[in-house]
Ligand binder design. Structure first.
Ligand code: IPM
Ligand code: MG
Length: 360
């Protein structure tokens, strides 16, 4: 049966980079026997423009029935003055929550061809291959109560970091599943020296790890983890952490890999239906200029083929095509070290042409 994929180009550079990923997928359909249909729907600021809401009902309906979703990016300065519930970011939080996408998988790996693009010394990052597993539907992002209210004649803002045992158990196990296919080492990141929420987190993660002889578990406070990520990132294998800590650590980790423009991500629910998106944002400053790096989105489509569509062999092909394009020295502006950067579309062309020549 043919897979059905929903594309959500979104805002800023989103439409340009998703267009390149779409061409890559079309090439797989045409030359490599992939059976798949695709459709697009408005989302984020584009959802607000089209339907008055960042997550239009019709888009959510399509998302529920698709086998997987490929998202570009959301947000832009023109939406910053909207009421909070109408802002593009709310569309993203809304779809994560509505589809129960609790496991956010963010690999940070460095293609050897890009060792010079990282701001860190090459011996610190060469060969880097770590995965951050971020809890995505709980914690501070969704906890109640939250708000801004007046107390004693002044306004106070407040949010709640809250995790139930079952939420911790399922993200711990998602991380262990991934670790079992890699080095088997998991570092759980928390702030258990200060937060009760983290105290429970640590207790439950320990309990779950005890059920798996293949897992070596260690714990690290989030401040130290931020430091170790920059000091000796290769010491990590899999990091598992709560939503807000994962948001911050995954941006930090992205810089290890040369450019945030290279990093894909997957957000999975219990049914392994998933949403795939680049880690970077909508970059409104370069939108529409054919400057954005489409590789994070193309690599996200590879993750989609592997995790949601059961097409690992095709995922390997896409990743191999990206690797050979980099080996040929092709670079978009964000990863270029001299001034002969190519554009978004030319990068897409290069990946497609590699794919056409890779054995069918
Ligand atoms: C991310 C982003 C989002 C988040 C924003 C856009 C809501 O930073 O996916 O990391 O904070 O989760
Ligand atoms: Mg973020």
């Amino acid at each position: 049966m043919a897979h059905h994929v929903l594309l959500l180009p979104g805002d800023g550079i989103g439409p340009e980079i998703v267009a390149q990923a779409r061409r890559v997928l079309e090439c797989l359909i045409e030359h490599h026997g992939l059976q798949m249909t695709m459709e697009e729907a408005p989302f984020g600021g584009a959802g607000y423009d089209a339907e008055g809401h960042p997550l239009p009902e019709s888009t959510l309906e399509k998302a529920r029935t698709a086998d997987a979703i490929l998202l570009g990016a959301v947000g832009g300065p023109q939406y910053d003055t909207l009421d909070r519930p109408l802002r593009p970011e709310r569309g993203l939080l809304g779809i994560r929550s509505a589809l129960g996408l609790f496991a956010n998988i963010r690999p940070a790996m460095l293609f050897e061809e890009l060792v010079e693009s990282s701001t860190l010394k090459s011996d610190v990052v060469a060969g880097l291959d770590i995965v951050i597993v971020r809890e995505l539907t709980g914690g501070m992002y969704f906890g109640q109560p939250r708000g801004i209210e007046t107390r004693d004649d002044e306004r106070v803002g407040f949010n709640t970091m809250v995790y139930s045992e079952s939420e911790i158990r399922r993200i711990a196990n998602a991380a262990f599943d991934i670790a079992e296919k890699r080095g088997g080492r998991v570092c759980s990141v928390d702030k258990a020296n200060v937060l009760e929420c983290s105290e429970l987190w640590r207790e439950i993660v320990v309990e779950e790890a005890a059920k798996r002889s293949s897992i070596t578990l260690e714990h690290m406070y989030v401040d130290n983890a931020a430091m170790q990520l920059i000091r000796a990132p290769k010491a990590f294998d899999v990091i598992v952490t709560e939503n807000l800590f994962g948001d911050i650590l995954s941006d930090a980790a992205s810089m290890l890999s040369g450019s945030i423009g290279m990093l894909p991500s997957a957000s999975l629910n219990e049914a392994s239906a998933g949403l795939y998106e680049p880690v970077h944002g909508s970059a409104p400053d370069i939108a529409g200029q054919d400057k954005a790096n489409p590789l994070a989105t193309i690599l996200s489509s590879a993750m989609m083929l592997r995790y949601s569509l059961g097409e690992s062999a095709l995922a390997d092909k896409v990743e191999a095509a990206v690797k050979s394009v980099l080996a040929k020295g092709l670079r978009t502006a964000d990863i270029a070290t001299d001034n002969n950067a190519i554009g978004t579309r030319a990068m897409g062309d290069a990946v497609v042409s590699e794919l056409q020549s890779i054995g069918q």
